[in-house]
Design a protein around this ligand. Structure first.
Ligand code: CLF
Ligand code: SF4
Length: 510
């Protein structure tokens, strides 16, 4: 079997060379070797790694023991899945078979997670049967689980026994009065408990579970759903407390509340946060905590790199027809992992190479002066700018009309920092048809609110005009360049043109 090309590796192109994109580079600084080994190829725990390594979920856990106001049981658990998505339920035996099939086909797949469709620890037999089998048959796969935390303290020993190194707890509050607005009830010790009392029990169990996991050296990621007007200010307190207790990473995710999903919040008109509110809260929490900003709110049966879904390639009928030699696959996987890890390590070392004085930092030099910076110009001053990038594999490589998501970077004199992503519907069926689907284009432009520039490999006349009219400058001049270098070059051009001394023009996106 030929090893796949690491085509999502930004290091090949020099992408992310600033070391300032996301939190990973600073996370890795001084990290003990045992923790580094757990994180470096986990796509959720390492922002760098998610360009190289993939995860998959198996939907083996149907039941749940609490009710969240943003959840409708017709769909997957919204604590770690996009609301409104339904996964096909698998038996543990089917889940094991599927995992081996995916791992043998996609050597990038390093992590198997169980994240629903209900709460994995409210279905302990199905969840642990799957983990037990996989720990034996595929020892090269990391095991990962996500939970609401109510049953967590009862299962920490078993999680540790199966070498499950990564546990996510969804913690939306540490105050029962806030919790009573999020959780109408829990099912606890054979009773349904409502309101503040229910929230107090859930919070106590989540915190106890967190402490027990940390005491056993298991890495804990905390997910929090940002619910404007309910827990937005409160999440700063949550971040401080979980950090103090040893959580490794905090992932603040936006509430998605649509009336058609039939959730309490959706029906009651509870609004979702806008991207600016999400970023502001992540920034506010960042002083206290490593923040995850690259979460894609996956499905409970997601397969592939974050942001892509290859689930259709692995339906049970296709898997049943596959011959899997996992011994042979493990050798290929080991080779791929070694190569990708070395490449990632080289990239991290490059990011940590001694830095030039700020005025000489390559990414903010005029492009013509990059090769031999003869003189030291004055340090650039200018405000920060949000830029959206239609990207693939660390490059500005996607046609505007084909982009299903845009990565958002904050460019400033200190570097290009990855701060999130915006979803979009690809609306262009071919190079000549940009602008045909007007409402989809409008939605895409709305999704880019707050961004002043959008970089893409190519763009049609109509969307160009609509973007400009909305106050967003399209830019197709940096096609196939590494994202950070392209973002820096555009920032530099804006600086040279005197556009970065005044406040940005008022946002015209409706
Ligand atoms: Fe899955 Fe979650 Fe494990 Fe990742 S997802 S169980 S930690 S392997 Fe990752 Fe997906 Fe976000 Fe979850 S991008 S929804 S954080
Ligand atoms: Fe739904 Fe998950 Fe909350 Fe259970 S824990 S109610 S499945 S969002």
């Amino acid at each position: 079997m030929d090893l796949p090309v690491i085509d999502n590796a930004p290091a090949k192109s020099g992408g992310c060379s600033t070391g300032s994109c996301g939190s990973t580079a600073s996370q890795m600084d001084g990290m003990p070797d045992d923790i580094r080994a757990k994180v470096q190829d986990h796509p959720c725990y390492s922002e760098d790694a998610h360009h190289y390594f993939a995860r998959m979920h198996v939907a083996v856990a149907p039941a749940c023991n609490i009710q969240c106001h943003y959840c409708n049981r017709k769909y997957d658990c919204a604590n770690e899945s996009r609301p409104g998505v339904v996964s096909e339920l698998l038996t543990p035996a089917q889940a094991v078979k599927k995992t081996l099939a995916v791992a043998a086909t996609i050597p990038q797949m390093t992590v198997l997670g169980i994240a629903g469709p209900g709460d994995p620890l409210a279905n302990p037999e199905r969840t642990f049967e799957t983990f037990r089998e996989l720990a034996q048959k595929a020892p090269d796969i990391k095991l990962c689980v996500s939970t609401n935390g109510l049953s967590l303290p009862d299962h920490v020993e078993e999680l540790a026994k199966h070498n499950i190194d990564h546990v996510t707890i969804t913690i939306n509050c540490v105050d029962p009065d806030v919790g009573a607005k999020i959780y109408p009830w829990i099912f606890w010790q054979n009773k349904r408990i409502h309101g503040r009392e229910a929230a107090a029990i859930l919070i106590e169990r989540q915190q106890k579970g967190l402490e027990m996991l940390v005491a056993r050296g298991i890495l804990v990621k905390v997910n929090s759903v940002l619910i404007p007007g309910v827990n937005d200010e409160h999440l700063k307190e949550v971040s401080k407390i979980v950090k103090a207790k040893g959580a490794f990473l905090h992932n603040v995710m936006p509430l998605i509340a649509e009336a058609e999903h039939g959730t309490f919040y959706g029906v009651m008109g509870q609004r979702s946060p806008n991207p600016e509110e999400l970023k502001n809260l992540q920034d506010a929490c960042e002083g206290d905590m490593n923040m995850m900003r690259h979460c894609r709110q996956c499905r409970a049966d997601a397969v592939g790199l974050l942001g892509e879904d290859r689930g259709d390639e692995f339906t049970m009928d296709k898997i049943d027809a596959m011959e899997i030699d996992y011994e042979a696959a493990m050798a290929v996987r080991a080779e791929f992992r070694a190569r990708a890890t070395a490449e990632l390590e080289a990239k991290r070392n490059k990011a940590h190479a001694p830095k030039l004085p700020q005025a000489q930092v390559v990414q903010f030099m005029p492009r013509a002066a990059k090769a031999v910076p003869e003189a030291v110009p004055a340090a650039p001053v200018g405000r920060s700018v949000l830029m959206a990038v239609a990207a693939k594999g660390g490059l500005v490589a996607v046609h505007f009309g084909h982009a299903k998501e845009f990565l958002v970077y904050e460019a400033s004199a200190t570097g290009a920092k990855f701060v999130g992503h915006r979803k979009a519907d690809a609306y262009c069926a071919g190079d000549d048809t940009c602008g045909d689907a007007e409402s989809t284009l409008d939605r895409t432009i709305k999704a880019l609110a707050g961004c002043e520039v959008v970089l893409c490999s190519k763009i049609g006349y109509e969307p160009w005009g609509n973007l400009e009219a909305a106050g967003i400058q399209p830019n197709g001049e940096h096609a196939m360049e590494a994202i950070e270098e392209a973002v820096a070059a555009v920032w530099n051009e804006m600086l040279a043109a005197g556009k970065l001394t005044a406040a940005p023009a008022a946002n015209k996106v409706a």
